[in-house]
Design a protein around this ligand. Structure first.
Ligand code: SAH
Length: 260
């Protein structure tokens, strides 16, 4: 029996138009789609062909999901696991790939636009700026999943780089405590984006370490939000920027000779 391929496809952050062309193409020829909750429902139903078997994994255990994907791969050529954002971040990619490997089912992964990137886009922010920070950390605070040794927010925040904090909107007291413990100033900017890229539902909260928790509470934001702490936030309004060397007139690189 030849098995179909199971594709793990990043559906993007919410706007159905933010799926990749490749991801959409796979949806259009999928025989079966297992999607992760309400977030990616829209993309699946918008482009799936008639007769495609579509299921929500919300109520399934990991074993049930594996069994579902296996059964569908035995039946059809193209099976999709649709996940929010990018499959490499806070998903169950490896847990689901391992049983498919054991069963000899071919798999493929199609990347997606992470909610971290969609949040930056929504707020017109850059995670990196010359001589401010050149590093971005994707992290979370401990919830039911504990943080590995050395990855406490306080330790990571000590780098004074950009921090994209996933899965933490109900744990803002821990975010606040972590940034404080690392010595971030009370007026350090903190950005929260709720439902980044969702048409008509996106909300942006700009505050500081001292105010962001209260502002989120007032705005009633309790789910699907990205918390970003970064020394680059608000740079659009800065009067003085250190310009990137790449575009500096005095800098020679492969595509351009320095003018002086
Ligand atoms: N793989 C996903 C992350 C899944 S974990 C990605 O790359 O984006 C789920 C967390 O992602 C949520 O708790 C929230 O922090 C964040 N998230 C997902 N979609 C979001 C959106 N549209 N806006 C803001 N945050 C979002």
């Amino acid at each position: 029996m030849t098995m179909g391929t199971v594709w793990f496809v990043g559906a993007g952050p919410g706007d159905p138009e933010l799926i990749t062309v490749k991801g959409r193409g796979l949806i259009e020829r999928a025989g079966a789609i297992l999607y992760a909750g309400s977030l990616v429902d829209e993309a699946a139903t918008r482009w799936a062909p008639p007769g495609c078997v579509i299921a929500d994994s919300k109520g399934m255990t990991l074993d049930e999901m594996s069994a579902w994907l296996l059964a569908q791969a035995a039946r059809c050529e193209t099976v999709l696991r649709l996940q929010t954002g990018d499959p490499a971040l806070y998903g169950t990619l490896i847990e689901l790939v391992q049983p498919l490997d054991v069963a000899g089912v071919p798999i493929g992964v199609v990347p997606g636009v992470s909610s971290a990137m969609a949040s930056a886009a929504a707020a017109v922010e850059s995670f990196t700026l010359p001589e401010v920070t050149q590093t971005t950390i994707f992290t979370r605070v401990a919830g039911r999943t504990p943080m590995p040794e050395g990855e406490d927010l306080a330790a990571l925040a000590a780098h004074r780089c950009t921090l994209c904090i996933f899965l933490s909107i109900t744990l803002l007291h821990r975010v606040e405590a972590g940034l404080r413990a690392a010595g971030w100033a009370e007026d350090a900017p903190v950005l929260v984006v709720h439902k980044a890229s969702w048409p008509g539902e996106e909300r942006i909260v700009r505050g500081t370490l001292a105010t962001f928790k209260q502002l989120c509470r007032q705005a009633g934001i309790v789910s699907q939000a990205m918390v970003i702490a970064s020394p680059t936030l608000g740079a659009r309004q800065w009067p003085q920027l250190t310009k990137s060397r790449l575009y500096d007139a005095a800098f020679t690189h492969r595509f351009r000779q320095a003018s002086a």
